[in-house]
Design a binder for this molecule. Structure first.
Ligand code: UDP
Length: 477
């Protein structure tokens, strides 16, 4: 359909690649329904260039690859003394961008709605001041959202109580989700005394102010959490806005492949037997220590299975995992002779692999993942069992849901210790590839794949949810 010049949906992104990719997909979905769309991207303050360097190049790459989507770069805010904590730096930068977003919304007489990334909660003020209805788009799972929406209530009810960081693996019981070991909560809410936690809780308490929440998930995968959100039991005492599970929105492998020559690993996969390859990849940022690379290598070699492994240089400072890194020197990083010994059954790729295509390839039999939500969705909709190895952000929480709720994977034990030993890597690879439990996982994932396709087909739950969102948006205008 021709874009409707009378209705423009403004999508307000944050700067993480894992958030931007599904936002671009949402933009394309809205465009296909004949509305106009513009993605309003914050520009990092000059003083924070380091932290945001990789995001800026990702925006450029996404814009180049999706010419039909327009991007509007909001001016960089003044931020003379950046907070030394990178996460607070991001939240500050987004909050300081609110006036620029408000001005942009006011300058667009056709703005019908603004859809906010979940990190951009303060942008509710921009929507309000411009008189434009606000929605959120949550690019992680419904389980996370159920837990986060409940947190302000939990903190108020346990005022003066222990912080999650001091509760070990004590299970937290929140509506709509399985018990969550306290130590698996995101690091941003572990210490109830610090500013990061206070900011997050303030944000979670504001989410219900929105007119609706889009989630990149599908109902079957997270039935209990979606029901709890719809029944309003996550946020006691006030109404929860309607939730719209519209996923899985995934970058289509073929679209990407048409633009560039296919990656060499795809030809390699073509030559491997069906379901025989273990794929290891840790998101757009994930990298592990040099010691861990060696242990992982030993474990993979010991397992005897075929594998495709995306290797990055170890971060110099693990707390700065977000910095762009140099290409890894495989000979120096991996055990001596490893590449030669595994040559006939393995491929090691530097930095980046076309993950969606790899997961959809018939040869791929298991996925060692950091549990970034895009990765989980891509695996679920490709029907590939997961070995969950969370690294940062909300990935430990996703791991809980993948393993305990979706029954779509197993845990790599030791993910919360310094190093996961080679023996554990070998044991879990064998478990998924060889055991009866692995067979059950494969059956479960085959069903998850079928249900993902159903959700996106005509009359499917995600299509209906998206229609409901569009109807509501037109009503609001
Ligand atoms: N990705 C990829 N190749 C890589 C690493 C990542 O294609 O080598 C893609 C992956 O398919 C996913 C996204 O980058 O779409 C990563 O998002 P996710 O939410 O899994 O993790 P994050 O990067 O946010 O930690």
């Amino acid at each position: 359909a021709e874009p409707n010049p009378n209705l423009t949906v403004v999508l307000h992104a944050c700067l993480g690649v894992g958030h931007l990719i599904p936002m671009v997909e949402l933009a394309k979905l809205i465009l296909r329904r004949g509305l106009s769309v513009v993605i309003a991207v914050p520009t990092p303050p000059a003083s924070t260039a380091d932290y945001f360097a990789s995001s800026a190049s990702a925006v450029a790459a996404l814009a180049a690859a999706n010419l039909e989507v327009s991007f509007h770069h909001l001016p960089a805010p003044d931020y003379p003394v950046p907070n030394p904590d990178p996460f607070l730096q991001m939240l500050d930068a987004l909050r300081l961008t609110v006036p620029a977003l408000a001005a942009f919304l006011r300058s667009l007489p056709t703005a019908a709605a603004v859809v906010l990334d979940l990190f951009c909660v303060d942008a509710l003020d921009a929507a309000e001041s411009a008189g434009v209805p606000a929605y959120f788009y949550y690019t992680s799972c419904a389980g996370d959202l159920a837990a986060f929406l409940h947190l302000p209530h939990y903190f108020a009810a346990t005022d003066g109580g222990a912080s999650f960081k001091d509760m070990g693996k004590e299970p937290l019981r929140f509506p709509g989700v399985p018990p969550i070991p306290a130590s698996d909560m995101p690091h941003t809410v572990l210490d109830r005394g610090d500013r990061t936690c206070a900011e997050r809780i303030r944000h979670y308490a504001r989410i219900p102010e929105a007119r609706g929440v889009l989630i990149n998930t599908y109902e079957w995968l997270e039935a209990r959490a979606v029901r709890a959100l719809r029944d309003g039991v996550c946020v006691p005492g006030r109404p929860t806005p309607p939730v719209h599970p519209i996923g899985p929105l995934i970058v289509k492998g073929q679209e990407a492949a048409e633009k560039e020559a296919p990656h060499a690993c795809l030809a390699w996969l073509d030559a491997q037997p069906a379901g025989s390859v273990v794929f290891l990849c840790f998101g757009s940022l994930g990298a592990v220590s040099a010691a861990q690379l060696k242990e992982t290598a030993r474990g993979l070699e010991g397992s005897g299975h075929r594998f495709l492994w995306v290797v990055r240089s170890p971060p110099e400072d693990p707390s700065k995992f977000f910095l762009a890194r140099l290409e890894p020197d495989l000979d120096a990083l991996l055990p001596e002779g490893f590449l030669d010994r595994t040559r006939d059954r393995a491929m090691v790729v530097k930095m980046w692999a076309p993950q969606v295509e790899v997961l959809r390839h018939a040869a791929t039999g298991a996925f060692v993942t950091h549990c970034g939500w895009n990765s989980v969705l891509e695996a679920a909709s490709a029907g590939v069992p997961m070995l969950c190895w969370p690294l940062y952000a909300e990935q430990r929480l996703n791991k809980v849901f993948v393993v305990d709720e979706m029954k779509a994977g197993v845990v790599m034990d030791g993910y919360d210790e310094e190093v996961v030993p080679a023996e554990e890597v070998e044991k879990k690879v064998r478990l998924v590839m060889e055991s009866e439990e692995g067979e059950k996982l494969r059956e479960r994932l085959a069903l998850a794949k079928e249900k993902a396709a159903e959700a996106l087909a005509d009359g499917g739950s995600s299509r209906v949810a998206f229609e409901n969102f569009l109807k509501d948006l037109k009503l609001a205008k």
